[in-house]
Design a protein around this ligand. Structure first.
Ligand code: URA
Length: 429
């Protein structure tokens, strides 16, 4: 039983740039979850937090209160250590798919509770649901069994994982209060800490296709999340990675599964392979297995083996043919030269308009829809070379997708050098 406060007093305190006390934070989160603080009051408080911020103690207490609103999972009975990865989301970010089986193949269990996509970034569950038969919903007992037997689980987070965040995130989405670093950090970390992983690697995306458009704000978000994880006893590190341009050569559910399987088979685009290996090394090190080289497990097929078992364990057929969209439209290079820009946000918006993403939670996604890229920044092109292929089941969507790609790419004279951010920009521990 927490002390009782008045919602208006809490809002006014934050509006007047005061620190909220532990008691005020515990009360407001608990009362909001139980419907005793009204949506408009929480909306006002979220805006006051966005404008006036919170210090480390307040963010830590806010996160703890959101964890306490639901259940906390425990993996200490497993025979191996656990590690998880969280990405703040980007276009073509399919890394979880090859990464989870790869890390499991190296002896560390990966409990990955994932979400569905909203807006221009894809959701891991949407991608996996393009595999015939695969199911996202698992009971805790099924999840534990699969972690012990196979070593990797990617499934939907249940309703009891930080329910306060579920409610607050939906509210922030419609009140212009998503982009507050204390709220983003506490939202992500409450779910990750409640999930019970022993160690955590955060992939904080930077660039047009990410929440954080510049390196400085991404660094602040990463620092805040690493501090929250560390304070909660979870060994946490963060990498800042490039989301100026999409990851890999595909954006869209089945297209991204196909590319992930190529990586597991020893091929795939170099940036996807590199980021998968960098994150795998971080996860293994964070779980105390820094002596294992994940590149070996990718090369010798052990990661592919775990992938097949992981998909089969959740009802999927890893050998099934993946869905293909009914219609395609090719975009050709308008001139010759060097591709200096391929904008992640615009490609993500176009994939979304083709049917790969949803505008409202209840919308269905098209498994085969999306974009295949035939060139990435730095490539030399001749006029008329294929640049992208758009895929959809509903060709009336092509016009709006093509409009979203206006200004998405730039071809400069052949002696130009694109000014590209490195794939991994920084590491925060
Ligand atoms: N992802 C989350 O889970 N929460 C946020 O606030 C932002 C991204």
């Amino acid at each position: 039983m927490t002390d009782s406060f008045d919602a208006v007093d809490v809002i006014v305190a934050k509006r007047n740039k005061q620190e909220l006390s532990d008691g005020q934070i515990d009360w407001v989160i608990d009362a909001y979850t139980r419907g005793l603080v009204a949506e408009e009051q929480m909306s006002s408080l979220a805006m006051a937090i966005l404008l006036n911020g919170m210090n480390r103690r307040e963010i830590s207490r806010w996160t703890a209160a959101m964890i306490s609103s639901g259940d906390r999972m425990k993996f200490s009975s497993l025979s191996r250590p656990t590690s998880d990865k969280h990405s703040t989301g980007g276009v073509g970010d399919k890394i979880t798919l090859p990464l989870a089986p790869l890390v499991a193949a190296c002896g560390v269990a990966v409990p990955q509770l994932s979400g569905r996509g909203l807006g221009h970034t894809g959701g891991t569950l949407d991608k996996l649901e393009s595999i015939p038969g695969w199911r996202a919903a698992l009971s805790t007992a099924e999840m534990m069994r699969q972690l012990e037997d196979v070593g990797a689980v990617i499934c939907a987070a249940g309703d009891r994982l930080a329910p306060a965040d579920k409610k607050l995130y939906a509210l922030r989405d419609v009140t212009g209060t998503v982009e507050a670093i204390p709220l983003i950090a506490s939202s992500i970390m409450s779910k990750k800490i409640a999930e019970g992983t022993g160690s955590l690697v955060l992939d904080v995306k930077v660039g047009s296709g990410a929440f954080m458009k510049d390196v400085e704000s991404a660094r602040e978000l990463a620092r805040t999340m690493v501090d929250l994880g560390t304070d909660a006893g979870v060994n946490t590190v963060a990498l800042l990675t490039n989301m100026q341009t999409p990851l890999g050569l595909t954006a869209g559910n089945a297209l991204e599964v196909r590319e992930s399987v190529e990586v597991l088979a020893g091929g795939g685009p170099p940036d996807v392979v590199e980021l998968t290996l960098v994150l795998a090394r971080e996860m293994l090190a964070a779980a105390g297995r820094g002596d294992v080289d994940p590149a070996d497990a990718l090369k010798d097929g052990r990661a592919m083996d775990v992938w097949r078992r992981m998909i089969t364990a959740q009802g999927g057929d890893p050998s099934a043919t993946l869905p293909v969209a009914r219609e395609t439209h090719q975009i050709l290079a308008p001139g010759s030269g060097v591709l200096t820009q391929l904008d992640a946000l615009k490609v993500g918006m176009a994939a979304w308009r083709l049917g790969a993403g949803r505008a409202r939670k209840e919308d269905k996604v098209q498994a085969g829809a999306g974009i295949e890229m035939h060139a990435k920044p730095g490539a030399v092109l001749r006029a008329g070379d294929p640049l992208m292929t758009l895929h959809t089941d509903t060709p009336e969507r092509f016009d709006r997708a093509i409009a979203a790609l206006d200004g998405a790419y730039f071809i400069a004279p052949e002696d130009s050098r694109p000014d590209l951010l490195p794939l991994v920009i920084d590491r925060i521990s």
